[in-house]
Design a protein around this ligand. Structure first.
Ligand code: DGL
Length: 275
């Protein structure tokens, strides 16, 4: 790959949690982000629609200079990864595989829990992939459709949010999970409450960090890229971080404010997207 601009897409602002980790771990790599705010949410869509959207989103990013694609949206990654790998020449990374690897490595009791959107949970990708690695591991999945809107309202620690999280976690807790995957872009923002409700003995896997690590390992493993990366690091140390552009297919006054929560810093959003 001669172009190491990282292209990240999501159904909206949530994937900025992945962009944030990538910026932290690879400050010298240029990044283009696309959030499909005009067509969000993805978590309620069918596999066919998600595959179509994901291909359009990835091609849009390639058109903006991306040489590597990261599917930050769990709902899209759960059904569209193979289609993207077949259709695109750019390497495709996603949030699911690295978090599955991590969960399988961490679980001692061999009972893993998953929280996700309906699209992610119905894809059963976790059951399939974990079963392929170790068929002795049990997976319990919980669709948590109420959590995305609560996060977008900024109700991270509201009483209602706490109650809903407790209720969603109850079956996972009753099934004795010892590892919990936060299988949606929005859930890392609820991690303190989730951690409190699920209890200290359960290990929580944050896929945004795992995905960023996978991209970093890939870029660093390639000696040619590594050299380029060193040059870029030297340059970014002189000039600050590499350029990042953030495109959204729709913008409302709330989008920028919500985007800041996910990225952890102020962000200038540009309105653009697939035709
Ligand atoms: N980005 C989505 C995901 O990670 C959550 C929001 C949505 O449903 O679009 O599945």
């Amino acid at each position: 790959m001669d172009n190491q601009t990282i292209g990240v897409f999501d159904s909206g602002v949530g994937g900025l949690t992945v962009a944030r980790e990538l910026r932290r771990m690879l400050p010298a790599a240029p990044l283009v982000y696309f959030g499909d705010t005009a067509r969000t949410p993805y978590g309620t869509k069918s596999p066919e629609t998600l595959i179509r959207y994901a291909l359009e989103d990835a091609r849009f990013l390639i058109g903006k200079g991306a040489g590597l694609i990261v599917i930050a949206c769990h709902s899209a990654a759960s059904v569209a990864t193979e289609a993207l790998r077949q259709e695109l020449r750019a390497p495709v990374f996603e949030v699911i595989t690295p978090s599955i690897d991590q969960a399988v490595a961490k679980t001692k009791k061999k009972v893993i829990g998953l929280m996700g959107t309906r699209a992610t949970v119905s894809s059963r990708v976790y059951e399939r992939e974990i079963g392929a690695r170790n068929d002795g591991i049990k997976v319990y999945s919980q669709a948590c459709p109420l959590l995305v809107p609560l996060v977008e309202e900024g109700w991270f620690d509201a009483r209602e949010t706490r109650m809903i999280i407790k209720r969603y976690l109850r079956p996972l807790k009753n099934n004795g999970i010892d590892t919990l995957v936060l299988g949606c872009t929005h859930y890392p923002l609820l991690k303190p409450v989730i951690a409190e409700k699920i209890g200290k003995r359960v290990e929580i896997i944050d896929p945004s960090a795992e995905a960023a690590r996978a991209v970093r390992d890939y870029l660093e493993a390639d000696r040619a890229l590594y050299a380029t990366r060193d040059d870029r690091i030297a340059e970014s140390e002189r000039k600050g971080r590499a350029e990042a552009r953030f495109f959204m297919s729709d913008l409302t006054p709330a989008t920028e404010r919500i985007a800041r929560w996910f990225l952890g810093e102020n962000v200038r959003l540009e309105r653009d997207g697939p035709d």
